[in-house]
Structures are given as structure tokens and as C-alpha cells.
Design a protein around this ligand. Structure first.
Ligand SMILES: NC(=O)c1ccc[n+]([C@@H]2O[C@H](COP(=O)([O-])OP(=O)(O)OC[C@H]3O[C@@H](n4cnc5c(N)ncnc54)[C@H](OP(=O)(O)O)[C@@H]3O)[C@@H](O)[C@H]2O)c1
Length: 351
């Protein structure tokens, strides 16, 4: 198979970032998406080949991937888009990497591990800010404290959201809060539990969120108790009641579609200036049953810049053919130290 690779959803906010960074690094991906004029215009601007194909047309999708070694899937919400792309990749022997943060999508892709092995391909969801830094930190911490039974992760990401992240957030909010206890995913009120975390920038109150690491870090570390936190606007009993009411409303298709339309009109994503001025920070801690702990922190550039960089580096590794076939987390596919390769990332690990 030719060593070509393809960005699907190339015209989106993140897809464009990935395409432009790839070109700046001397790469020549094929750009793809479902809207012909937009894909063609971007490809002309960047001097790249393009393909127009709808995910709802399986035969056309397989034809578009026939000579492609790796797909970098950037079209989300992935709950709507990942399954048809994975089906096509399994049929054409194309490695699949995406930037989902949706825990149901991680579960669905890990459930296809045996199919991926049989097809000789890698399925790698979550190769962006969600979940590369947290997954690698989790794996490094777990390795530093064998026998750890609990894992807590917390993150902060400045600079605001892109349109697709905001739309994906509607699904995440509708599903309600989650954490993992005793190896099982359980529902919890959004933002509960809550605690103070010592980020590099100082202590901050954070609340639990239904993040992809609840699935991916479980696969990477085998630790059965996992909570993921972030800074939330939700505060106190009233805030939690409002969050619960919003979640209930967003379970219905009509309010969700109205909210998505509003997002399409209003959310443009962080400008280059905002991205350059903002950053991420991550904290993690593992604990044994006896109460011994190890904690670590990580800082890095804006989440969208980190996503584009991480995705490109993941694609490069998949193109070498050295990642064993199957469904992976970032750390199982690329190694826990992969995060150290990313531009502008620095770690503070226990000695
Ligand atoms: N892991 C991370 O940290 C991370 C970082 C950034 C983004 N993300 C995720 O990546 C996704 C994209 O975010 P974004 O802000 O870049 O989105 P965006 O600007 O709204 O662009 C979405 C792209 O996906 C395409 N698309 C959406 N649904 C599609 C479908 N059913 N079939 C074909 N194409 C479809 C869109 O094409 P049309 O224009 O034709 O609709 C567009 O090209 C979101 O799910 C977001 O949460 C994750």
C-alpha cells in the first residue's frame, strides 16, 4: 500500500489546524470531507490532493481509503462519525487515529480490538489533548507505584472551545456525570465529587467530569477507581441542580439541535493570538490501598495546538508500521513517554 495518509474533517476548526501544521512540517496529506467546495478550496490553498466522500456512503468511503495507510479522523462529534470510518478502515487495512474525548466512543473502539488485530490495523482514539497528556501521565504514575488502586486526574485548558468541542459537549453533558469505582463506570452528579488540586499555577477547586480517561486510563493502567476532574462553573447545590436540569433537557433531540445551531452561529474557536497566549495544565495522583501516593504535573501549550502536534506525531508513528495491531490508548500505542516528545510540554514527575 502507498504510504499516503488522509485527514477526514479537514475543513473543521481542528482539521484545518492539523492540515496547516502538516504542510508546515513538509507533509502532504490528502484532505477529505463531505462538502466538496470547502474541501477543494482548502486543498487548493494548501496545494494538496483532496477527496470528497460522505460517511453515509460505505462503498465510496472504502474507495477513498483504498490507497491510504493512515486516516487522521477529525470530524466529530465522534459518536456520529467514528463507526463508519472504522468499518471502512477494517475493510481497507488502513490504520485509524482520531481526536475523540467521548467515553462511549473509546468503549466502542476498544470493543473492536479483535477485529483490528485480524485486519492488521491500529485503532487509536483520543490522540489529541483528550487524552494524550492525561493518559501518558496516568501510565507513568502507575508504573511509578505498582499496586496502585486509585487514580485521580485533573486538567485545565485555557483559551475557549472550538465549534465541534462545544457541540460534542452537548452529548457529554446530556449523558451526565460519571466516575469509575471497582472497575465499573457509575453515574454521579455532574461536578461530584469535588476537591482542591495542586496545579503548577496553584491550588484550584475542581469537580468530576465524564472524561474519556475513565475508559482509556482503565485500559492503560488497569486501575479500577478513576476520577477525572476539571475546573467547573458549577458551584454549590444550586449549580448542581442547574447542571442536572440542563443535562435532562439535552437528552431530547430538539433542544440539542437548537443548541447545536446556536453553537454553529456563535462559536468560532480560539484565534491564533488566543491560542498563543493560553496553555494547559494537568495533575495526576495514584494511591495504593495502604495510602501511599505518587503525584505528578504537566504543563503545555494551548489544547488545540497540542492536539494538532500530538495527532501528527501519532500519524508518523503509525506510518512506521511499528505499533502492534489492535485497539490502543495513546500510551499503549506510542509509549507513556510519547507526551515528552510534544512541543512545549514539560513534566514534573516523582523521583
Ligand atoms: N481530543 C481533543 O482534545 C480534541 C481537540 C479538538 C477537537 N476535538 C474534537 O474534534 C471534533 C471536531 O472539532 P472541531 O471544533 O474541529 O469541529 P468543527 O470545526 O465543527 O468541524 C467539524 C468537522 O467535522 C465534519 N463533520 C461533522 N460531522 C460530520 C459527519 N457526520 N460526516 C462528515 N463530516 C462531518 C464537519 O464537516 P461539515 O462542515 O461538512 O459539517 C467539519 O469538517 C469534535 O468532536 C471535538 O470535540 C477533540
Amino acid at each position: 500500500m502507498a504510504d499516503r495518509w488522509l485527514i477526514y474533517g479537514a475543513t473543521g476548526y481542528t482539521g484545518q489546524l492539523v492540515a496547516r501544521l502538516a504542510v508546515a512540517r513538509g507533509e502532504r496529506p490528502i484532505l477529505a470531507g463531505r462538502r466538496g467546495p470547502a474541501v477543494a478550496a482548502l486543498a487548493a490553498d494548501l496545494g494538496l490532493d483532496h477527496r470528497v466522500v460522505d460517511l453515509a456512503d460505505p462503498a465510496a468511503l472504502r474507495a477513498a481509503l483504498a490507497d491510504v495507510a493512515v486516516v487522521a479522523h477529525c470530524a466529530g462529534p465522534f459518536v456520529d462519525t467514528s463507526a463508519p470510518m472504522v468499518d471502512a478502515c477494517l475493510a481497507t487495512g488502513t490504520h485509524y487515529v482520531d481526536i475523540t474525548g467521548e467515553l462511549d466512543v473509546f468503549e466502542a473502539l476498544y470493543a473492536r480490538h479483535d477485529e483490528a488485530v485480524a485486519a492488521g490495523i491500529v485503532l487509536l482514539p483520543g490522540a489529541g489533548f483528550d487524552v494524550v497528556p492525561t493518559d501518558c501521565l496516568a501510565a507513568l504514575l502507575a508504573a511509578s507505584l505498582p499496586g496502585a488502586v486509585s487514580l485521580e486526574l485533573a486538567f485545565r485548558a485555557g483559551g475557549g472551545m472550538s465549534p465541534g468541542t462545544a457541540r460534542t459537549g452537548l452529548y457529554v453533558t446530556a449523558a451526565g456525570g460519571r466516575r469509575r469505582t471497582g472497575g465499573v463506570l457509575r453515574s454521579t452528579p455532574f461536578g461530584v465529587p469535588s476537591r482542591i488540586v495542586a496545579f503548577p499555577s496553584g491550588p484550584r477547586r475542581v469537580g468530576a467530569v465524564p472524561w474519556g480517561d475513565l475508559v482509556s486510563a482503565y485500559r492503560s493502567t488497569g486501575i479500577g477507581d478513576i476520577t477525572v476532574y476539571t475546573s467547573l462553573p458549577v458551584r454549590g447545590r444550586l449549580g448542581r441542580l442547574q447542571a442536572a436540569a440542563t443535562a435532562r433537557l439535552l437528552r431530547y433531540a430538539v433542544p440539542r439541535a437548537l443548541a447545536a445551531r446556536l453553537i454553529r452561529r456563535r462559536v468560532t474557536g480560539p484565534s491564533p493570538q488566543t491560542r498563543a497566549a493560553t496553555s494547559i495544565e494537568v495533575w495526576g495522583e495514584v494511591r495504593t490501598a495502604g495510602g501511599e501516593t505518587r503525584s505528578a504535573t504537566l504543563t503545555g501549550p494551548n489544547a488545540y495546538d497540542l492536539t494538532a502536534d500530538a495527532l501528527l506525531r501519532a500519524v508518523a508513528r503509525l506510518r512506521t508500521g511499528t505499533v502492534p495491531p489492535g485497539a490502543h490508548t495513546p500510551s499503549t500505542a506510542l509509549g507513556a513517554d510519547f507526551v515528552r516528545e510534544l512541543d512545549g510540554v514539560s513534566l514534573s514527575l516523582p523521583a
